[in-house]
Design a protein around this ligand. Structure first.
Ligand code: AMP
Length: 317
């Protein structure tokens, strides 16, 4: 595995791979790798000849200076995790990505519409930072498949839109959410939770399960489905809900009346102690028809993925 720090070295390694008729899989991350990230690396490994993992804590996408200062940085651990599937790990400095830093780059990418709601409304400028760094990483990587988690559902929508609008030679692949056995989605920020907050954080996936159950029971008013999710979150005093939403999975708009469940996504964001967490799920699990354990967690997440037991994967996307 080659660890490279410059755009030129990264681009060169991938150009050489393509010149030898090898396909390239790109996995962009901010490090502090966990099972969610390694699932993306494993998927890229299975589908591409050469896998490049990028590790860059992108300052352009953080509005809150405390959040970026507290963001976990675990490079040795990350390189050990990447070793199993990556051929190249690109670890640029901030100046390598943004030579004018601390002045931001003159050119940034802004995706109208899908960037403006939910996370975009709560974190102004966040998706401009994401879109800018992703466009730049795609430019460095060149023609490839790029693997993103459905965990950041809105981010995936933003990335798909910018890829199409800028005609970038990248096939964007969305990958299922990997969860802890108790339903909490893996996130680099989970390590900042105290034991009590960590226990309370399961309320996000429990609220999603309640929203999904309301829809499965025939509820079609999005106000009522949102209220069902909110009621679950309100049972946890350590958790402060930002939003719980029922949206069109393509446009992220929230219709008053929920239509065909196949195109519906449930989104949630909440502050748990010092940490802001997000989660989401499809309105209908693809595997709801198969025999499953009982309980809200099983109903939400489906059965364990054989390759990842005892962790649980949501069978979506
Ligand atoms: P991050 O390092 O948080 O920027 O995440 C890098 C990539 O990993 C993004 O595409 C995320 O959506 C994805 N990811 C993060 N957590 C998970 C998870 N629990 N399951 C699947 N993918 C994830």
């Amino acid at each position: 595995m080659d660890v490279v720090h410059t755009r030129a070295a990264c681009a060169d390694a991938l150009d050489r791979a393509r010149a030898a008729d090898r396909t390239v899989g790109l996995v962009p991350t901010m490090g502090a790798l966990h099972a969610g990230h390694t699932s993306l690396i494993a998927r890229a490994r299975a589908e591409c000849d050469v896998v490049v993992v990028t590790i860059f804590v992108n300052p352009l996408q953080f509005g809150d200076p405390d959040d970026i200062a507290a963001y976990p940085r675990t490079l040795d651990h990350d390189l050990a995790c990447a070793e199993a599937g990556a051929d190249v790990v690109f670890v640029p400095s901030v100046r390598e990505m943004y030579p004018s830093w601390p002045d931001p780059p003159a050119t940034t990418v802004s995706v109208r519409g899908v960037s403006e709601v939910w996370e975009g409304a709560s974190r102004p400028g966040h998706f401009d930072g994401v879109a800018t760094v992703v466009a730049k990483l795609f430019s460095v990587a060149g023609r490839c498949r790029a693997y993103f988690g459905l965990k950041d559902f809105q981010q995936l929508a933003v990335v798909r839109q910018l890829t199409e609008d800028l005609a970038l030679p990248v096939e964007v692949v969305g990958c299922p959410i990997v969860r802890e056995p108790d339903g909490l989605a893996f996130s680099s920020r989970n390590v900042r939770l105290s034991p009590a907050e960590r226990a309370a954080a399961t309320v996000l996936s429990r609220a999603l399960a309640a929203g999904r159950a309301a829809l499965a029971g025939g509820e079609r008013s999005s106000v009522a489905v949102r209220a069902a999710m909110r009621a679950v979150v309100e049972t946890e005093p350590l958790v402060d809900l930002d939003y719980a939403a029922v949206v069109d999975a393509r446009t992220l708009a929230d219709p008053a009346h929920v239509g065909d469940l196949a195109g519906v996504r449930l989104l949630i964001a909440a502050r748990v102690g010092p940490v802001r967490l997000i989660d989401n799920c499809a309105a209908v699990a693809e595997d709801l028809a198969v025999a499953m354990p009982t309980g809200s967690q099983a109903a939400l997440h489906g059965v364990p993925h054989p390759a990842d037991a005892p962790r649980q994967l949501e069978r979506i996307g």
